[in-house]
Every structure is written in C-alpha cells, then in structure tokens.
Design a protein around this ligand. Structure first.
Ligand SMILES: Cc1cc2nc3c(=O)[nH]c(=O)nc-3n(C[C@H](O)[C@H](O)[C@H](O)COP(=O)(O)OP(=O)(O)OC[C@H]3O[C@@H](n4cnc5c(N)ncnc54)[C@H](O)[C@@H]3O)c2cc1C
Ligand code: SF4
Ligand code: SF4
Length: 1006
C-alpha cells in the first residue's frame, strides 16, 4: 500500500514525541511499493520532461552506491526548474513524498526511498550565471562538478571541492551531502563554498537561503523564511551549549543538521548552511550560488613510503604542519590491487618503490614553485628525522619519492580517487561494505584509532583496507562482509557499535564526508546525544512537518541493518538461467553470470561525460537507462525475479540494452570490470531463443553465410542502396535506416588464390581475412599483403579445415544478434583452421579489431579448448604485430617518408584492449608522418548499430560528440585513419571523408 501524506501526518501528530513510532511511520512511507496511477497520469499529461512509473525504470532508481535498495513510486526528470516546481506541487497534491536525486553516488543510502524520485541530472544542468571578477557562479542542481570546472577553466577558476566522484557527482548532490574533497585542508567542505541556495520548501513556497543579519533585519518582511529561521535560531540558541559540547571539533563532520551554523556566537549567518548536508530532507534546491577559487598552479608531490602502517598514521600529524593541501593515504593492500589493474600499474610502478606498508601522497601547491620545493625538502628531512631511510630494514624502511611531473601527479590523483572501486574489483560474494568507512578522528589519535579498529575487524574475522584523507583524519575503511549472510549482517552491527564508540571516545565524527543516509542516521543519538537528536527532529518538523522530503534520513531513520531494505534482501536469489559463455570466474547462478552482473556497485563512474570511452550511449542520452550502471542494475533485478517473470527477455529489457553499442569500454574502464558487451550476448541469446529473430537481425547475423553469394551478384545486392523504394522498404521491413548507405558489395572481393604467399624460407605469419575487409574493402587486404611482402614475411592464408568453400569468419555477427551456437560453430571453424599454424608458432595477424580481438575475448569464452586459448595468445592486430617486430628489432620494412598529417580514430575494441599504443608506434615507423589521435569515444556505428532506423539518431550524435568535428576540422590533405570497418563507414556518412586502414598508409609509404 502507499501511505499518503495527510494520513501519515495524522499518525505523526499522534506519536510526535515517540521516536520509535515515528520511525515506524516513516518506514511505512519507505516500504511503499505501489505505483500511483493518478499521479502518473497527471505528470505525463502536464510535463514535457520524462515521467516513468514502470518497474524497469523504478528499479534503476532503487539503488545508490550503498548496499540499500528501495523501489521508488516513479521517476521524473523535469525539463526546467518550472517543471520541477510543478512536479513538486503535483506530488504534494497526491500526498506522495519526494526524493531529489543527482547522480545517485551516495554511499549511505540517502538517495533511495519509496518516494517519487526527481532526477535533476538529465536536464537541470545549466550554468546560469558566472561572475568572473566576483569569483562566483549560480548553477542548477544537476550540473556535474567536472563539467562545471571545464566551463570555469578558461576563466582560471574552479569549484575546489574536488571529490573522487567529480566526473559524475552533481552540485545538488554535493550540497545535499556537504561533500568534501581531498584538498579540504585548504578549501574546506562544500558548506564553506556555498554562498546561497534557492529552494522550494515542503509547503510549496520558494525561498532564497543566503547571508543574513543575525537579527534577520535584512530579510524582507514578507519572506517565508522569517518565521522558519526565527524558530531555527531559537533552537540553536537553546542548544548552544550542547552543540559546543557534542559537535565533534574535527573538520570532517557532516552528520546531523548544521545547527552549529545558527548559534548566537556566529558573527556571520548564512541560512544556506542549514540546507547543506541536509540530504534532501528539508527543501529542494533549485539554484545554487557557489564561491569559486583560482585554479591550482604548479604543484609538488612527495610520496612518503613507510615500512609500518602505524608509523604512517603517527607521522601524519607532523606532516600537516608543513601546510600541504592534501595528504592522501594508500595502504599496502590497495597498492597491490592497483598494481593488478592495467590502468593503474604504470602509476604504481613510477611512484612506488619496493613494497611499503603505506604511502602518504603529500601535495604542496603554493603559488611559488620554489616554496613547494622548499617544503618537499623539509618533508625529506622530516622523514629522516623520524628515522626512515631507504637503507633501513622493516618498519624504518621508507623515504620520499618526489613527483614533479604534472601528468604523473594527475595519475596519482586518478588512482587514489578510484580507491573504492579498486577494492570493489574483488570477485567474491563478500565485498568491502560502507558503514564505518567515513569516521574522522583528531590526528593525534589516528594511529591508535586505526590500530584499534583493525583489532575490531580481526575480532570479527574480517579485514579492511585503508585509504583516503589522512590530512583530516578521515580514513575510508570497509570491512569485507557478505551482505547476503545473516551472520555477516550481525557482525556489521557489532563492528559499527564498537567502532562508533571508539570514535566518540576520541571525540571524532562518525559521519566524515559521505553523509548519514540510512547507514549512520540511527547512530546520531549515540554520537550527538539524545538532546541534539530531538533538536534535529524539531528542525525537520519545522521545515517539513509531513515528511514530504526524503523521509527517514537524518532523523526518524530505520535500523541500518534492516535487511528488508538491503540490495541483497533475505529472499534475494539468482534465477537458474541458461548461459552460453564462460562466467566461471564469478559466483552465483547462470554459471557465474549473476556474480558478474552483481559486480556493479553503482558508483557511477560510467556516467562520466568526458575522457575515456565509457559509456558512449549515456554521453548522448544522459539517461540512466543508457548507462552501464542502469543496464547492470536492470539485469540484476531481472535475473533475481524482481521485475516479474521473464524479465530477461521482455521488451523493456530490449529497450534497456538497445543503445549499448557493445564497445567493450566498460570491460576496461569500469573499475570493477562490468563487461556489458559480453552480458548483452547472453540477453540477446535468451531473447532470440524465446522470440526468434527479426528480419533485421537475420540480415545482420547471417551476413557471413550469404556474403559469398552477394559478392557474386554485387549489382543486384547493391540495389537496396541504389533504388530509393528499396531503401524505404529496407527501413519498413528490416529496420535499416533509409538514410544510410549499406556497405557496398564488391565484384573484386578478396578471394584466396593460394594458401601461402612468399618465398619458402620467409618468416611465416597467418593472415586472417575477416568478412568485412574481404567483401567490402579488399584493398586493405592487398595493402597488408604488400606490407608483409616488403617486410619479407611469408603469409599463410588459412582455409576452413572442413573443406567448405565458404571463407572463415570469427562469428561476430552471430554474436551480435544472440545466435551464440552459430557463432560457436564459426569460431570452431577458425580454431580448427588456425590451430595447426599456431601449433607451429606462427602468429595469426588480422586487420579488423572487432574480429581479431574477438579471438582474445569471446572465442575462448565460447570454446573451452587449449587450442582456442593458444590462438587467443597468438592473435594479433596488424599494428600489434608490426610494433612487436619493431621492438624486437626484427622488422625490415623499407618505409619511405610520407610528409603528411594523419588524424587517427581508434576502434573501441582497440581502446578496450589497450592496443592503441601499438598503432601509434607503427605509424611512427613512417618517416615524416605526423599523427594526432582524436580524443573520441565510440564513433557510433558499432557494427550494425548505426544502420538501425531506431538507433541512427543516437549513432550520429555519438559521432558528433568529438569525432565528426575533429574530422571536419582536419585539412583536406590530412589522412583520416581508422582501423575499424564500421568507423570508416561512420566517418564517411558523418563527414563525407574517406578514412583509411593503417595498412593502407604503410603500403603508401613503401
Ligand atoms: C567511489 C565513490 C567515491 C566517493 N568519494 C567521495 C569524496 O571524495 N568526497 C565526498 O564527499 N563524497 C564522496 N562520495 C560520495 C558521493 O559521491 C558524493 O556525496 C556526491 O557529492 C554525491 O553527488 P550525487 O550527485 O551523486 O548526489 P546524490 O547521491 O544523487 O544525492 C545526494 C543527496 O543530495 C540530495 N539532493 C540531490 N539533489 C538535490 C536537490 N536538488 N535538492 C535537495 N537535495 C538534493 C539527495 O536527496 C541525496 O540525499 C563518493 C562516492 C563513491 C561511490
Ligand atoms: S557499471 Fe561499473 S562504472 Fe558503472 S556504476 Fe557499475 S561498477 Fe561503476
Ligand atoms: S559496452 Fe559500451 S555502450 Fe555498452 S555498456 Fe559498456 S561502455 Fe556502454
């Protein structure tokens, strides 16, 4: 049932002072799980923005980055602040509570509720006003921090609360949580950087919260804030002594309401500060005014190595006396995990010497770099004064590695901010859990506190990894627990209680930067005392007497270990589904598929709008459905029966995955390795098995089977492109956009005339000629053969071992439409044909990234044989092979100067497998060729994706993000380079330019 607000209000009146009953009242709201047809109808009729009340969408908004899950009533993404206000009014009329949401990256469960979710991140993301001389700006709540800082950078400014989730966290969410950055020593928390907030109160009035005279004399007479603030000031004055006694005196205190901002001893009053950190429970922020800072100049970083964790903790309090702007801890476990991750290994190798127990990254950023150097020197001296030396044994082994290269400094930052995700990459069911991860203690107690908390973990048979903000005593540590097990949930409570007692004894803060949410609100009484908690309840009641905004957070919270609101609730089970690929590295049903899906911890790194590739579809649509996290959450709910029967094969699941271009970027860039492209194969397979294939899918999937025939009758096969009516029909009946030319069939398609080309003693390689280059661009095959001949290689051209005249194909098109068994059969033909060559040590070289890298990725997952794995190890892209030869000094290519510029676009799979470096190396072999790489995500074509009538628009928008503008800006004589067949097609369609495979460029320079 859905509790309506008036009824709830009546219940609350009845039990005003009985907090346990109030908690129950709130939990009635929180557990409500019924859609509201009246509200849905009215919202849909009256808003231009997105309104969704279906289970799939609600499911995607049921989690944040915590371990909680609560189904919301519905989801709205308003198009404007006006629409937002209207949405609030409708919700109020219908008696439904509201949950404001930014990126949903909160770790404490404050961004889940059974309310109507209002997503600010999709449309409410404008920079409304920028005052450069005044160093201030006004933004809508949904703007992402990195995006804001990109806009501010040309003006030499930034919003300096540099939180780890800056690539996706919104300013609304940061204000909601009073977020804190690594450099809070210099800049303070969000609260110190917020000038004012415009917000809608629970009763529907809008108000401006900003600086005010202590007697409120400067508030307009009619201001709705006058009576409200008067009461708040009275509460703060009444509780001033208690606030002084019970509010921890550490910088990192974000728990409770900021009553300390209203006490009479303050000579400056800023009313916005009561909203900061209120987790959407008091009002809905619509415009936020921020104080900006000049961007950081040159910096100097010292990586202090310690042979003992305890000593690192002890020395921190001395290091801060050197006035660094950040001191960030990474412990031995995390260093080890980071070393295992391809993205971070080079950073660790560059800045970590030996095998320290802990490293403190100490950052100095004074305007004068000489001053930074002086402080680095003093840091070195301090370390040796404390007895550390590179020549010392055990705990005393240590010293400082100086990092002055800004790129490396940034790489350290990236590695550090990925801390949680690095830890979450463990594949077992037990995972590091957030609940005591956010405590902050005064620095003089840091060593003792960390030792005692580690002892508590030991006592309960678990362990934790330490990292983050040593400078302010706020260390993140998450004990590894399995939230599916009652015994681990019980351990979680005991650990929390013991840990918080410890923190209180040190006069620390239990809520240091991630907020209260469900996980810490319950403990306010223990930490702040009952009197202040009653005062917090009064604040809430004064702002929001009916629990309209995010009920059950900060006050009247449920028990933090109530398994009913867990992501892994007591009845959580994986369905017994049939899967086709190898998921055996993971636990759970479907041969481990469940565990692979559950790797997503909702941290939202895939919502980044720039940098890397992940996730190209989200970058275009800004829709939670179209991001890796949205897809993974939908899959998780589907395979655990939470979206109704047959959810895995439902139309809504097809929609969920429709814009996933299988670029495999998440495979590399998702910090926990969620591989959606591979998961999509399973879903496509389940759908194909249940519903059969559309004509579109048949045309795509069976391409290798009819290609030979089509290439024999190219004029006939190309009629679809040439006859407008056929174009229209192809759109109508096969879903192929009439606006796209399909690749042209060629009469001169590549056909093997021999099984070996070259002189008998030449160094042998095997050239795998893929379906796309064979039939559509045979000149690429010819170019590769020219290069190999010039290099003195003998080229084997493998043929199917089954004697069938049909050429080999890796099976990619079958995988794309879910015909996994057909793909397996194609892959098996390849394995049979290539295995004898590979057994002789002959490498397999190919031109098309998606095919050759499929040999490394999908084929071993399809065929569990030694031969398939050996081929995976020996399958190389054209450039990988040449770069390897060059590196080994065995490449003999007589390349002549080619005085041209080149603009290179990498295929997603090349980026995913980290092979772009070899493309650059190969192109550098060509004298006088100057190549620049486009900072692009997926080109948008992605196999057949760009040809679909219903995906064309998104495909073209993906191209427009950066690739098309870069190609259009290139001079006509610049060579546009792209190894992917579909990338070349997309570039041609989007810009009219012909792009070349790298093999063509090398052949040109011979
Ligand atoms: C891997 C990882 C690392 C993190 N690192 C840090 C860190 O370094 N420092 C740090 O402080 N935090 C960190 N966090 C926590 C989190 O990312 C931050 O608190 C972030 O600012 C939340 O932003 P969001 O847009 O995701 O907010 P959301 O989670 O969407 O919302 C946060 C709160 O604000 C409320 N809210 C959102 N918009 C509004 C609005 N318009 N009006 C009123 N209330 C609103 C919500 O209701 C909710 O209570 C980390 C989280 C993860 C997963
Ligand atoms: S898919 Fe990966 S990057 Fe995205 S939220 Fe999940 S774990 Fe994070
Ligand atoms: S494969 Fe690409 S498009 Fe699909 S979820 Fe991963 S990053 Fe996004």
């Amino acid at each position: 049932m859905t509790a309506r607000l008036p009824q709830l209000a009546a219940m609350k009146d009845e039990c005003e002072s009985q907090s346990s009953l109030l908690a129950r009242c709130n939990s009635v709201v929180m557990m409500a799980d019924t859609v509201m047809p009246g509200l849905e109808r009215r919202l849909k009729a009256q808003l231009l923005g997105d309104v969704a009340f279906d289970a799939f969408t609600r499911g995607r908004y049921a989690t944040d980055a915590s371990h909680y899950q609560i189904m919301p009533i519905g989801v709205v993404a308003p198009r404007s602040i006006k629409e937002l206000e209207h949405t609030l009014a409708l919700a109020r009329q219908e008696g439904v509570s509201v949950l404001a949401r930014g990126a949903g990256t909160s770790q404490a469960g404050q961004t889940v509720n059974s309310s109507l979710v209002i997503d600010c991140s999709k449309y409410l993301d404008h920079l409304v006003e920028l005052d450069v001389p005044g160093k201030r700006c006004v933004v809508e709540p949904g703007i992402v921090l990195d995006e804001l800082n990109r806009r501010l950078k040309p003006h030499g400014l930034w919003f300096p609360v540099d939180i780890s989730t800056s690539s996706r966290a919104t300013i609304g969410g940061m204000v909601g949580n009073n977020s804190c950055g690594a450099r809070s020593l210099r800049y303070g928390n969000t609260r110190e950087n917020v000038l004012s907030v415009d917000a809608v109160l629970a009763n529907g009035t809008s108000a401006h919260f900003g600086p005010a005279a202590p007697d409120l004399s400067d508030l307009p007479a009619h201001s709705p804030l006058r009576p409200l603030v008067r009461t708040l000031l009275d509460i703060a004055a009444r509780e001033a002594n208690e606030i002084e006694a019970r509010f921890p005196k550490v910088q990192r205190r974000v728990g409770g309401y900021n009553l300390d901002a209203l006490t009479p001893d303050r000579n400056q009053l800023n009313l916005a500060h009561i909203l900061v950190g209120s987790e959407g429970t008091l009002a809905f922020s619509t415009l936020i005014e921020l104080a900006l800072s000049p961007v950081l100049g040159t910096r100097a970083v010292g990586a202090c190595h310690f042979g003992s964790f305890a000593r690192a903790m002890d020395v921190t309090r001395h290091i801060v006396k050197l006035r660094p702007i950040a001191v960030e801890l990474v412990d031995r476990t995390m260093l080890g995990l980071a070393r295992e991750i391809a993205m971070f290994k080079p950073t660790i190798d560059a800045v970590v010497r030996g095998d320290p127990e802990a490293v403190l990254f100490v950052e100095f950023a004074e305007p004068d770099q000489n001053e930074n150097f002086r402080r680095l020197l003093r840091l070195n001296e301090m370390m040796s004064d404390f007895g550390f030396g590179w020549d010392k044994p055990g705990a005393k082994r240590g010293g400082v590695i100086e990092v002055l290269d800004p790129k490396l400094q940034n790489a350290i930052g990236e590695m550090r901010t990925a801390g949680l995700n690095i830890m979450m990459s463990m594949k077992e069911e037990g995972k590091p859990v957030s609940f005591v991860e956010d405590c902050a203690v005064p620095l003089e107690h840091l060593a003792e506190y960390t030792a005692k908390l580690t002892a508590i973990f030991d006592k309960h048979g678990t362990r934790g990894t330490w990292y983050a903000h040593a400078s302010v005593g706020c260390l993140h540590v998450r004990p590894v627990l399995n939230m599916r097990l009652e015994k681990d949930v019980k351990a979680m409570r005991v650990i929390a209680e013991e840990a918080f007692d410890l923190v209180r004894a040190y006069k620390g803060s239990h809520s240091g930067e991630h907020g209260d949410g469900i996980v810490r609100s319950e403990f306010h009484e223990r930490m702040f005392g009952p009197r202040l908690v009653r005062a917090f309840e009064e604040v809430k009641a004064r702002f929001d007497p009916n629990g309209f905004y995010n009920p059950g957070k900060i006050v009247h919270a449920p028990k933090f270990d109530d398994r009913g609101v867990f992501r892994y609730a007591p009845d959580y089970r994986g369905d017994d589904i049939r899967t086709h690929l190898d998921w055996s590295n993971y636990p759970g049903s479907g041969g481990g598929f469940q565990g692979a899906v559950e790797m997503c911890n909702s941290n939202g790194a895939c919502r980044a709008l720039k940098g890397g590739v992940m996730c190209p579809s989200y970058r275009v649509t800004h829709d939670e459905r179209d991001v890796t996290r949205g897809r993974a959450n939908t899959l998780r709910l589907a395979i655990t029966g939470q979206l109704g029967p047959d959810a895995l094969t439902a139309d809504a699941m097809v929609e969920t995955l429709k814009f996933c271009v299988s670029c495999k970027a998440c495979r590399r860039e998702c910090p926990t390795g969620v591989d959606m492209a591979r998961m999509k194969i399973e879903v496509q397979a389940a759908r194909a098995a249940k519903c059969g294939l559309s004509l579109h899918d048949r045309l795509v999937g069976y391409l290798p089977r009819y290609a030979l025939l089509a290439s024999k009758w190219p004029r006939l096969a190309n009629l679809r492109n040439d006859v407008p009516r056929l174009r229209r029909w192809s759109q109508k009946y096969a879903g192929l956009s009439e606006r796209r030319d399909l690749p042209r069939w060629r009469a001169d398609a590549w056909r093997e005339t021999a099984s070996f080309i070259g002189v008998p003693n030449a160094r042998p390689i095997a050239l795998f000629v893929d379906t796309f280059n064979r039939y559509f661009e045979p000149e690429n095959v010819a170019a590769a053969l020219t290069v190999f001949a010039a290099g003195g290689y003998g080229v084997h051209l493998p043929k199917p071992a089954d004697g069938d005249g049909r050429p080999l194909c890796c099976g990619r098109t079958f995988l794309a439409v879910g015909l996994v068994e057909h793909a397996r059969a194609e892959a098996q033909r390849c394995v049979d044909a290539l295995a004898p060559l590979v057994a002789r040590g002959i490498p397999v070289v190919g031109l098309e990234p998606s095919c050759i890298l499929g040999f490394r990725d999908e084929i071993p997952a399809l065929i569990k044989s030694g031969a398939a794995h050996r081929i995976a190890a020996e399958a190389l892209l054209f450039e990988e092979f040449l770069a390897r030869e060059a590196q080994q000094g065995t490449l003999r290519l007589p390349l002549k100067p080619l005085a041209k510029r080149g603009l290179l676009h990498g295929h997603c799979h090349q980026k995913s497998f980290g092979t772009m470096g070899t493309v650059a190396t190969t192109l550098k072999l060509v004298p006088e060729l100057a190549v620049e790489t486009v900072d692009s995500s997926c080109c948008g074509m992605a196999g057949a994706f760009g040809y679909g009538a219903d995906t064309l628009e998104v495909a073209l928008k993906m191209g427009e993000l950066s690739l098309f503008p870069a190609v259009r800006a290139a001079a006509p004589e610049t060579l546009v380079l792209a190894d992917g067949t579909s990338c070349r097609q997309q570039i041609k369609h989007g810009t009219g330019r012909d792009a070349l495979h790298v093999a063509r460029v090398l052949a040109m320079s011979l």
